[in-house]
Design a protein around this ligand. Sequence first.
Ligand code: MG
Length: 371
Amino acid sequence: MKTVHVSTGKPYDIFIERGILDLCGEYVKRLTTAEKAVVVTDNNIAPHYQWRVLNSLGKQNIDAKPFIYKAGEESKNLATISELYKMLADFRMTRRDIIIALGGGVCGDMAGFAAATYLRGIDFIQIPTSLLAQVDSSVGGKTGVDLPQGKNLVGAFHQPAAVLIDPDTLNTLPDKFIADGMGEVIKYGCIKDGQFFEFLERENALEHIEDVIETCVSIKRDVVNRDEKESGERMLLNFGHTLGHAIEKIYGFTGMTHGMAVAIGMVMIARAGEERGVTQNGTAERIKSLCEKYGLPASDRATFAELAEAAAGDKKTSGSKINLVLLKNIGESFILTIPLRELEEFITVPSNTAEETNPYGGNTTDNLDQL
Ligand code: MG
């Protein structure tokens, strides 16, 4: 078993172990005061893992109920949260009790938000079952739901009591979802760890998945420890995300997964950095090759103007300025704040100089089919 300690305001541990799903009751018993638990999960995950978690809780005499919602980002809204509050209240959950998030990023965000707000805050435990959630969204304490106006517009910082990661849950994931998580994995190498990036280039990450998860959550832990509420360094975790979110928005959050969009965003911003002379030449090409190695697209048809416009509405933009995460080289990142009106110019790379590696020449539909 691997353990990564997070020393945020409320410290907690991330436990990585094959089969840990069946031990979750023991962890709940050891780490919390819970007598009752509500296990939040979706209708795709429930048939695979729900009974294992409920059994494990039952063995520790924890009275547990499942809350099952329809899988997908469409469920991540206040209507689902209302239903969940109703179950928590009807079940007479108290501040001693616990919510368990069993699922991917949507599940962790919603269950965490309910835990942050029900009775002004109760404990929750993350059991992430997707690679994206295991390496990224389950760590850091961000919780929330979407509004019709945009993603994650309502939420809270609420750290879990623990994160239990069972790499075996990845065995049942379709390749597309593994690729989705690899976008964030590659991001960690880009922003903080050149050696890890080389490891991903050299090896097959999936054959070393426990090490990969440990490295990613350790990098995220280090960043979050230093900047829990995202006022500075934590912004580095948004590498590739400003343009990635813009791409997701252009696609209406369907068809294009988060990891795919981030992959494209990383290549684009690295190329822009090279063009402006702040990023070492060849960086974008290396990121592109690595993304493609793990089944991610590195290009899209959206124009610079469309991207700049979509990015301008991102909640990460502050007023008339936008924070861009750029690389000096692989493993070394920094934040550059530019006026929002200069964004389009900044990301525009003349197509003649970028012919070989033009990130805009590809066809995303083809890439989607490959996935
Ligand atoms: Mg992300």
